[in-house]
Design a protein around this ligand. Structure first.
Ligand code: NAD
Length: 345
């Protein structure tokens, strides 16, 4: 298969690009290399003979159209986005540009390209759009999001992703363009930019900085190991029905405070502090994020029933794998200036 990926130098995108190359696919990797993208994330796969990298902005419509016509993909996997909620509160505009306008450009360029394909290639073509469970807003103590949950985004990030989902949906309904929308929960694993909760906590702890937790840390999140997400996307590329939406979750529901305690426990074991004190002593509670959603949880039943996918990672070992990776990269990541590490829990 020839796959056009966007955002393939980011966290999920780099894991997915490596998997596609390992599966024997030809990959055109389109990425603007913002602060969140790095070619280092691709390791030795960067120079894989079937990998072509193109530094480009998905907001550049003529460029996107030219890349479709030149590479002639069988599928597109759209992962490029501005992805951090805190940044969307500080500066929403770029979220509208990349997540809404950028997605619209890819849909438009993709539709134009797809219409010229022979019938059998049109039938098997898929535009896989990565999205988030945050588009559904917040849950109370009970219940789960599923494919029929209403859209109620609460942050500019979630609103921009919701807008892009609705555009994608409209291209299926209006033009029969074979779009598939994947709404996943919080991913974790190696190579995540250290503004997101897990890597931020690990690096701050190792540098003896405070571990800032929003509110009291009671917010609940479902955690999905990135390799389980990659497997879900690979299956979707091969088997997903056009026009469908799938919710993907790891089934690991934890409050932020419990998660940070777990991380501190792993660090106490793997790299004890010189002072001998536990890392959890570094936790500090900060003013809650405006509009902070209380709980997200996913019912991934449709993925399991229709596509035969199941998350495999055990949360405790997934966290250990993640901590081990950050320990091995501590020096390089410490070079990322504090202003770039702006996330809080
Ligand atoms: N990380 C999560 O927990 C999570 C959960 C659900 C959904 N998602 C979605 O999955 C996708 C990937 O998320 P991630 O965490 O890997 O993101 P990331 O921030 O790590 O990577 C995003 C990538 O997109 C690239 N990019 C940004 N703007 C671009 C533009 N205008 N043109 C081209 N490339 C651009 C960046 O350079 C970077 O390589 C996003 O669509 C995100 O909304 C992420």
């Amino acid at each position: 298969m020839r796959i056009l990926v966007t955002g393939g130098a980011g966290f999920i995108g780099s894991h997915m690009t490596c998997r596609l190359l390992d599966e024997g696919c030809h990959v055109l990797n389109v990425d603007k290399l913002t602060y969140a993208g790095s070619l280092e994330n691709l390791g030795s796969h960067l120079n894989h003979p079937k990998h072509r990298f193109e530094k480009a902005d998905i907001c550049d419509l003529p460029k996107m159209a030219a890349l479709f016509n030149d590479f002639k993909p069988d599928r597109i996997l759209h992962m490029a986005a501005e992805s951090h909620v805190d940044r969307s509160i500080d500066a929403p505009q770029i979220f509208i540009q990349t997540n809404v306008i950028g997605t619209q450009n890819l849909l438009l360029a993709g539709l134009d390209y797809w219409r010229k394909l022979p019938q059998d290639a049109q039938d098997s073509f898929r535009f896989i759009h990565l999205s988030t469970d945050e588009v559904f807003g917040a849950l109370g103590k009970d219940g789960f999001f599923n494919e029929n949950s209403p859209y109620r985004p609460n942050s500019p990030y979630a609103a921009s992703k919701a807008s892009s989902d609705l555009l994608a949906r409209s291209y299926w309904k209006t033009f029969d363009f074979p779009v598939v929308i994947m709404n996943s929960s919080n991913n974790y694993g190696p190579r995540q930019y250290p503004e997101k909760l897990i890597p931020l906590m690990i690096l701050n702890a190792l540098e003896e900085k405070s571990l800032p937790i929003y509110g009291k840390g009671y917010q609940m999140r479902d955690w999905l190991f990135v390799e389980d997400h990659v497997e879900a996307l690979w299956i979707a590329l091969n088997k997903a029905a056009p026009g469908e939406t799938y919710c993907v979750g790891g089934g690991n529901d934890f409050s932020n405070i419990d998660l940070v305690h777990a991380l501190c426990g792993i660090l106490d074991e793997m790299q004890p502090r010189k002072s001998g004190k536990p890392y959890r002593d570094l936790i500090s509670f900060v003013e809650d994020r405006p509009g902070h959603d209380f709980r997200y949880a996913i019912d991934a039943g449709k993925m399991k029933r229709d596509l035969g996918w199941r998350p495999k990672a055990d949360f405790a070992s997934g966290l250990r794998t993640t901590v081990t990776w950050y320990l091995s990269r501590q020096k390089g990541l410490a070079a990322i200036p504090a202003r770039e590490r702006r996330g809080k829990a």
